[in-house]
Design a protein around this ligand. Sequence first.
Ligand SMILES: [Cu+2]
Length: 174
Amino acid sequence: MMECCIYRALVVCIAFVVSASATQHTVGGSQGWDVSTDLSSWASAQKIEVGDQLVFKYTTGLHSVVELASESAYKNCDVGSVLDSKNSGNDVVKLNKAGTRYFACGTPGHCQQGMKLKITAAASGSSQASPASSTSSSSGSTTPGASASAAAGVSHVTALLVTTMVVCVLVVYY
Ligand SMILES: [Cu+2]
């Protein structure tokens, strides 16, 4: 009886943690991936964490998404040799590790017109407290900079997971 509750709590909690830690960011907001979108402003307003996803929405055939290998390729709009290329019109890119990634449109001339995106994923767990949680934040050790090393990020994630699990189990128990 109790075990059943614990298992159910764990399943719920795992589902919650997984969903809470992956945010989808539609590139360019409502304007989408387009030449007219102010992509650098959009990017600077985003809080991107490891595990988040970028969604590029655009008219198929008009644009594409290519991932560039370096800052210099990004600056020079060198879309000749790319890491990856997508053209579905609704492309999802998962940011599965911390660091900076570079994207551009592969259509000739579009990158030069500003259709490019530089995005940095911070180690996750730095900001996304659960909005539904009724307990007050238990520690004051959050790092607002969010540019901690990957190792620190991992321990941070683990701490968040454990805390959330414990809270969830307690909630279900009582
Ligand atoms: Cu384009």
